[in-house]
Design a protein around this ligand. Structure first.
Ligand code: SF4
Length: 117
């Protein structure tokens, strides 16, 4: 009888140990996946503002023709206060522009800058 109880306790102990191990492994996995996803989202946010790979040669030529720069040299003129700037809906530091394709930085500037009225 005593050996049966000991065996049952042993089984319960082993089962409990295995279940706790599964919780631990699952928790670590979920934590790892969440960390990986948020890092990937951060990378994608950064990439979106830098990525010009989807632009054609003609679209790149327009950017060059308008002398677009990511950092304005004017204190009071930048994309953020230009009427052609379209703010990002996702809270990115870049948006888009009605004059050219591709991302433009809030602090960017080009030769067709037009002040917001
Ligand atoms: S027109 Fe030029 S200054 Fe204005 S948002 Fe576009 S790139 Fe920026």
């Amino acid at each position: 009888m005593k050996s049966k109880n000991l065996l049952a306790n042993n089984k319960r102990g082993r089962r409990s140990f295995l279940i706790q191990g599964l919780y631990w492994i699952t928790g670590v996995s979920v934590w790892g996946i969440q960390g990986g996803c948020s890092k990937r989202q951060d990378d994608e946010r950064i990439d979106f503002c830098q990525d010009l790979s989807h632009l054609s040669e003609a679209e790149m030529a327009v950017r060059k023709q308008l002398a677009y720069v990511e950092q304005s040299s004017f204190a009071d003129r930048n994309c953020k206060n230009c009427q052609l700037f379209v703010k990002s809906q996702e809270g990115l530091s870049c948006g888009s522009c009605l004059a050219m394709k591709g991302p433009v930085a809030e602090n960017g500037y080009c030769s067709v800058w037009a002040p917001i009225n």
